[in-house]
Design a protein around this ligand. Structure first.
Ligand code: NAD
Length: 482
């Protein structure tokens, strides 16, 4: 089996502008078939060391001396190349992640858009002048951290690489990227395109490999100045502890159990596609998946029935056939979801999607499941499942809706559906989440919108202009001139 549209060798690492075969490899699996389709570079501590050294060299070379406008122009050129190759990137991602083609195309366009956005923003971040004592002039400079580490998960490789590497490069950092072992292909493709666009050697280095080897080596490296981690809570804790030993600042983008809250006066026709869509997008493997739907009690049965009808119409199948829902990433993830579904009380699964009859037997397919019945304290309603499973919960009034919505340890995204403007404003303030959507659900939203968690969903913000502050550090200059 080969990978359709692949134009480079994924068994190579990209360090300091040189592409070299790694001494070991990992199998690449197509989640739609369960078949091995290639070999991926398996870097470890030695490659991470070399990548950090190459990044440091870039900072004292052409890249470190380049002005902000020059960095912006390169990012814009990368964006143009990504756009030109969007269809290839989407096909590669579909086979590597099991992502339906339409979603993979959207991710490729988002990657291009991140480059365009951060390319345009590179020369627009300014410092301050600060009124101080008589005889002084005080101003601030925004400087890069130096070498930034980027550890990325498998669920949205292109979007997450775009948002974190794009912002870091815009601010003049040099990056070491460690993509997920389950899905590294588009990260490698992106680095090839960045090189083609004229990014100087060493400004962006990529070392695929396992979390325990390459990931842990990067998190614990004393040569990095900042670490951006997106992934699970368990790994986030390890990574933050490793970085703490070197007093390296960390951005943690972790999981969620995000609610959509539907009041009885909501426009249900507008809400329904997003109530379901934001739960099953990417087979529910989305940090900001709307995995809890809270419905005002007098509308509860009607919403459950309308969602159930949509669930019954959901088609599940191979990614390249562009189904509503693709396979899960791995047999392991399928087993996790299976364990959660086994916890559902008898009769509480009200509807399932349909797996296509000709879906390959080795693919990791799960028919989406809509659950109504378990209370807000049930593990199905509190824990991140990371599969196409949504739980619907009733509430009686605004007070109870807030209590249930804020009642998990997570706080990533929330949505409120109501026609009452005053209630919209109250709810937006009271919900504990990094993003709140009113009469919409953006699953993280556009590249312009700052994104990040509260509580166990993490800390720090990526995306939008806000990310540029995270990927830079303030220096205060105080001149006494009398
Ligand atoms: P994961 O934590 O298993 O892996 C994420 C990355 O960390 C991978 O690159 C992996 O190789 C690496 N890693 C694993 N062990 C490591 C270690 N000991 N040291 C350093 N790095 C290590 O997560 P996952 O299963 O790939 O991703 C799913 C999780 O990511 C979910 O919880 C999801 O909610 C979260 N996520 C969050 C966001 C967000 O923006 N908040 C976005 C996407 C995914």
């Amino acid at each position: 089996m080969t990978i359709d549209a692949l134009w480079f060798d994924p068994a190579e690492t990209g360090i300091g502008g040189a592409w070299r075969p790694a001494s070991q490899t990992l199998p690449i699996e197509d989640p739609s078939t369960g078949c091995e389709i290639g070999a991926l570079a398996r870097g470890g501590a030695a490659e991470i060391d070399a990548a950090v050294a190459a990044a440091r060299a870039a900072l004292s070379g052409t890249w470190g001396r380049m002005d902000a406008a020059g960095r912006g122009r390169i990012l814009a050129r990368i964006g143009a190349l990504v756009s030109a190759r969007a269809e290839d990137l989407a096909r590669i991602e579909a086979q590597d992640v099991g992502k339906p083609l339409a979603q993979a195309r959207a991710d490729a366009h988002a990657l291009a858009r991140y480059m365009e956005f951060y390319g345009g923003a590179a020369d627009k971040v300014t410092g301050q002048t600060i009124p101080y004592r008589d005889g002084y002039t005080v101003y601030t400079l925004r400087e890069p951290h130096g070498v930034t580490g980027h550890i990325v998960p498998w669920n949205y490789p292109m979007q997450i690489v775009g948002r974190s590497v794009g912002a870091a490069l815009a601010m003049g950092n040099a990056c070491v990227l460690k993509p997920a072992e389950e899905a590294s292909l588009t990260a490698l493709a992106f680095c090839r395109l960045a090189e083609e666009a004229g990014l100087p050697p060493g400004a962006l280095n990529v070392v695929p490999g396992t979390g325990e080897e390459a990931g842990a080596a990067l998190a614990a490296h004393s040569g990095i100045g900042h670490l951006s981690f997106t992934g699970s809570l368990a790994t986030g804790r390890l990574v933050q502890a490793a970085a703490a030993a070197n007093v390296v600042p960390v951005t943690l983008e972790l999981g969620g159990k995000s609610p959509q809250i539907v009041f009885a006066d909501a426009d249900l026709e507008a809400a329904l596609p997003l109530l379901v869509g934001a739960g099953v997008q990417n087979a529910g493997q989305t940090c900001s998946a709307a995995s809890r739907i809270l419905v005002e009690r007098r509308l509860f049965d009607a919403v459950v029935e309308a969602m159930a009808a949509r669930y019954r119409a959901l088609g599940v199948g191979p990614a390249l056939s562009d189904p509503d829902v693709g396979p899960l990433i791995s047999a392991r993830q399928k087993a996790v979801v299976g364990r959660y579904l086994a916890m559902a009380p008898a009769g509480s699964i009200v509807a399932r999607g349909r797996i296509a009859a000709d879906a390959p037997a080795g693919g990791h397919y799960v028919a989406p499941a809509l659950i109504a019945g378990p209370g807000p304290d049930h593990p199905l309603a509190r824990e991140e499942i990371f599969g196409p499973v949504q739980v619907v919960l009733p509430f009686d009034d605004e007070e109870e809706a807030v209590a249930i919505a804020n009642g998990t340890d997570y706080g990533l995204v929330a949505a409120v559906w109501t026609a009452d403007g005053a209630r919209q404003m109250r709810m937006a303030r009271r919900l504990r989440a990094g993003q709140v959507f009113l009469n919409d659900y953006g699953a993280g939203g556009g590249v312009e919108l700052p994104f990040g968690g509260r509580g166990l969903s993490g800390h720090g913000r990526e995306k939008g202009v806000e990310a540029l502050y995270g990927f830079s550090v303030v220096k205060t200059v105080a001149a006494r001139h009398g």
